[in-house]
Design a protein around this ligand. Structure first.
Ligand SMILES: O=C(O)CCC(=O)C(=O)O
Ligand SMILES: [Fe+2]
Length: 325
């Protein structure tokens, strides 16, 4: 069963009672699955449609053009274009898969005014208005993430601001993903996935996938097995709990493990067709470097001592990347 869909207008426009009900539902879904889908989340359908179309236009550029804004790589947050990420190798459980390659290319965009890790943009004349649209998308998703955090605080009975003050100022990321067309047989091959199982590094992720599908989340009642995230409406916002939310809540809300693979309906049709290309729009809510990634005091009790140490978000990222910078 796909994750539950909740109507976010109950929180955004609702009465005090509606807001509390929504907040409780949200937390209970995250607790159950690590994943939930939101409808009426305030990001206009048109904006989503346009963002998919910008992503397509960007990835359709020549490799040479895309490489003009290449991610420098190395021990720093990703900024710019990367192809065939190999991050999955670092995931616990994937260590044996030395040839594991994620079949995708992506563009990572950090905060608009980030001077420490500045964005890498394609020249304006190559793709006029692209930057403007992506920056607007970043700002819109950042606002939505703020609302989701506010609802999680309420649903967990935390004093208002306990999480928001740890999330902001943030160093979030928009990531546009493109999974090229690939033969089904190739993708079913043991060492290829569109994305290997992983949890996201930040606080939470807000994802929109196109109608091709293929995103799957772990069934917590049967670890190691995955359930497709399906949507009738491709403007649904898929929310998943990420590592820092797990740390803040001292393990109460666990990060949702997920992967992208051959959609189930395509797996069973038996032919070796080509899978169409797939696009997704991710927003990773990430705290600023100095913000805490340790457990919030409300979650640490005598019966439940701290499972995580008190470190900064930057230190968490260093550990997660397995890199020192
Ligand atoms: O493309 C998707 O559906 C998932 C992307 C993802 O998991 C990621 O970028 O971390
Ligand atoms: Fe992810």
């Amino acid at each position: 069963m796909s994750p539950t869909t909740l109507d976010a207008s109950r929180f955004i426009d609702g009465s005090v009672a509606d807001r509390i009900d929504f907040a409780r539902d949200l937390v209970s879904c995250l607790d159950k699955d690590g994943f939930v889908k939101l409808r009426n989340h305030g990001i206009p359908r048109q904006v989503i449609k346009e963002m998919f179309s910008w992503a397509k236009r960007f990835f359709d550029l020549s490799m040479e053009a895309k490489m003009s804004c290449a991610n420098a790589g190395g021990p720093r947050p990703a900024r710019g274009f990367s192809s065939h990420e190999k991050s999955a190798k670092l995931e616990p459980g994937n260590e044996g898969l030395l040839d594991a390659v994620d079949e995708l290319e992506s563009l990572n965009i950090g905060p608009i005014h980030d001077t420490k890790y500045p964005n890498q943009w394609i020249a304006e004349e190559v793709l006029p208005s692209f930057r403007h649209h992506v920056e607007n998308y970043y700002t819109a998703l950042q606002k939505t993430a703020n609302i989701v955090i506010e609802a999680i605080e309420l649903g967990l009975d935390l004093p208002a601001g306990s999480m928001l003050s740890r999330a902001f100022p943030d160093r979030s990321e928009v990531r546009l993903n493109h999974y090229p067309s690939i033969s089904k047989r190739q993708l079913c091959n043991k060492n290829i996935r569109r994305i290997w199982p992983h949890t996201d590094f930040g606080i939470l992720s807000l994802l929109i996938q196109d109608s091709e599908g293929g995103l799957e989340f772990e069934d917590r009642r049967s670890p190691g097995t995955f359930i497709p995230v399906t949507s009738k409406d491709s403007s649904d916002l898929i929310v998943n709990a990420a590592d820092i939310l797990q740390r803040w809540t001292n393990g109460v809300l666990k990060a949702g493990l997920h992967q992208v693979t051959v959609p189930r309906q395509v797996q069973i049709d038996g032919t070796d067709s080509m899978l169409p290309p797939r696009y997704s729009l991710a927003f990773f809510l990430r705290p600023g470097d100095e913000n805490s990634a340790g457990p919030i005091r409300d979650f640490v009790t005598e019966e439940r001592p701290a499972c995580y140490d008190e470190i900064s978000a930057l230190e968490h990222l260093r550990r997660r990347n397995g890199l020192v910078y």
